[in-house]
Design a protein around this ligand. Structure first.
Ligand code: NAP
Length: 527
């Protein structure tokens, strides 16, 4: 049941004076429930509880954490249609998408449960003592990963489940042993509250310390800023715009004790279409890409906002076909008035740039909050000279760049900001002839795709969802898949520590039977 209150540990609270409602973009009106923004005291209380909870949560066993994560997944599923209905009413997204995203969220939670239950993820590394080493004896040194402390999570509006309250960041932080305080997204506050209740029920059912999770409402940026500046917070996970992520990153760096901010942000996901592929498959590629650009009304961080080719008849034909195909697609609703407002603003800004040509622009009347798709094109030189054209237009918008030749294509790729993905469309072995272009692309992105579309992010251990700045603030980590746990831990060494005082992961007997690197060799052996 939605209460509109903040969840601070296992207690609800609504002391603040500011209230707000969520918005149904299809009905073009506010939803009924009223949410109360957290007060200063509530922010402080949530962080204090999380700090206390960390003392216990940091060292509970992998089996107990797995039970907690699986219980969250079960409780989310138990919300059933109630959750789906609230999700749809707050986003305008269809029921199928809600169920699909719920499946992904539950799958992520369970994959972290398996990871921590198996236990080897903590990278136990043991170098045993060599007392008679000359000229100096070697100490016994044992290393493992340990949690950072309370983590604040900000979700993006376009993934109310998978990148929000119990999304990848939260699941990974719990798995690592970090309490989580969610700064709830105001545009899906009801979805966020239902999921919060599921987390709290799961925490109580599995005996987790009170304060392992809190959910704070806010309708503006102040609560998030207070959380990031709070000395009790030790790391931040953010998914959203470059502007938001960068602001929080800068704030965290200016704290007396700077903390890491793992921000996953915007991206235009360049697609390089090589000449032979353009020649042979231009029409079918145009259809495929019209679908990818408009998928989910273009509201994916992996949306292909930039298509790069070498000028000529084949590229001209592809561009015109893309324009025709995209106009066949019925416009769809965007998530909320702020997103549609930002889309209109950024689209018009791009369209007002010098020497940009409109290939296709959906001009018919559409319902309020629906987005009209646009395909544009520019010459390579124009693109190189105008940084505005390099920026994300979040929505169904794409720009085709006609490069003079392969050298200019490489120069353009090298000039791009960091991206989540890069795609190469190639005919058979064609890509082999463009090693510099492939290398340049690899240098700017976190994931490179061959003959596909960038939209769609598989959740699996080998996935990298992140990339050079500004697609993320730290390209060494992924935000998707089990390895995203590494954002919330630090390496920690014990030197000459008595066996009985060591954590189980590092004891001689290896009671957890995990993989460990002992004197350079990976094994499950005892010492
Ligand atoms: P957003 O406007 O940046 O909002 C995300 C969250 O951050 C909200 O809770 C927002 O609070 C908060 N926030 C924003 N600016 C802030 C600031 N200066 N200080 C404190 N808090 C701040 O993003 P969105 O519109 O929800 O999502 C769309 C964006 O997310 C797109 O750019 C998309 O590419 C990106 N995205 C990236 C990924 C990825 O994995 N890389 C995935 C999904 C989406 P308020 O709403 O209260 O202001």
């Amino acid at each position: 049941m939605i209460t509109g209150k903040n969840h601070i540990g296992n207690r609800t609270s609504a002391e603040g004076a500011v209230t707000f409602k969520t918005f149904n973009p299809i009905l073009n009106g506010e939803n009924d429930h009223i949410y109360t923004e957290a007060s200063n005291d509530e922010v402080n209380h949530a962080v204090e509880l999380a700090t206390t909870a960390f003392k216990k949560f940091r060292s509970i066993s992998g089996t107990e954490k797995a039970a907690f994560l699986n219980a969250i997944a079960d409780e989310i599923l138990a919300l059933d249609d109630t959750l789906v209905q609230v999700y749809c009413s707050e986003t305008g997204l269809p029921e199928g998408r809600a169920r699909g995203e719920r499946g992904r969220t539950v799958g992520q939670l369970r994959s972290f449960a398996t990871l921590v239950e198996q236990g080897s993820w903590i990278e136990a590394t043991i170098d045993t003592a060599i007392p008679d080493r000359k000229p100096m004896p070697r100490s016994d040194i044992r290393k493992m990963l340990v949690p950072l402390g309370p983590v604040v999570v900000f979700g993006a509006s376009n993934f109310p489940l998978a990148y929000s309250t119990a999304g990848g960041d939260t699941a990974a932080a719990f798995a690592a042993g970090c309490p989580v305080i969610v700064k709830s997204h105001p545009m899906h506050a009801g979805t966020g509250e239902l999921v919060s209740q599921a987390i709290i029920k799961a925490a109580e059912r599995t005996g987790m310390p009170n304060g392992v999770f809190s959910n704070l409402n806010s309708s503006g940026i102040e609560i998030g800023q207070k959380l990031v500046m709070h000395p009790g917070v030790k790391a931040v996970g953010f998914t959203g715009s470059i502007r938001g992520g960068r602001a929080l990153y800068d704030m965290a760096a200016q704290r007396e004790e700077p903390i890491p901010v793992f921000a996953e942000m915007g991206s235009i996901n360049p697609v390089v279409i090589l000449p032979e592929a353009l020649e042979k498959r231009g029409d079918s590629l145009a259809k495929t890409y019209a679908g990818s650009i408009t998928l989910g009304t273009g509201q994916f961080c992996t949306n292909p906002g930039l298509l790069l080719g070498i000028k000529g008849d084949a590229l001209t034909n592809f561009t015109q076909e893309l324009g025709k195909e995209i106009l066949q697609i019925e416009p769809s609703v965007m998530l909320h008035p702020n997103i549609i407002g930002a889309y209109e603003h950024n689209k018009n800004k791009a369209l007002s740039q010098a020497n940009i040509n409109v290939v296709a622009k959906y001009d018919d009347e559409v319902k309020t909050n629906f987005a009209r798709q646009v395909v544009t094109t520019v010459k390579g030189k124009t693109f190189l000279e105008n940084p505005t054209l390099h920026h994300e237009v979040f929505g169904p918008f794409s720009l085709v760049v006609q490069c003079e030749n392969a050298a200019q294509l490489e120069e353009i790729i090298s000039s791009l900001e960091g991206q989540l993905t890069g795609t190469v469309i190639s005919e058979n072995d064609e890509a082999e002839n463009y090693p510099n272009i492939i290398a340049a692309l690899q240098n700017r992105v976190g994931r490179i795709i061959f003959n596909g579309v960038p939209t769609g992010v598989e959740v699996c251990p080998s996935m990298v969802h992140g990339g050079p700045y500004p697609s993320s603030t730290d390209s060494r980590f992924t935000a998707v898949g089990i390895h995203s746990i590494k954002r919330w831990v630090r390496p920690f060494s014990y030197q000459d520590w008595p066996n009985e005082l060591l954590p189980d992961e590092l004891k001689n007997e290896n009671p957890l039977a995990i993989n460990r690197t002992i004197n350079g060799e990976l094994s499950r052996k005892n010492i």
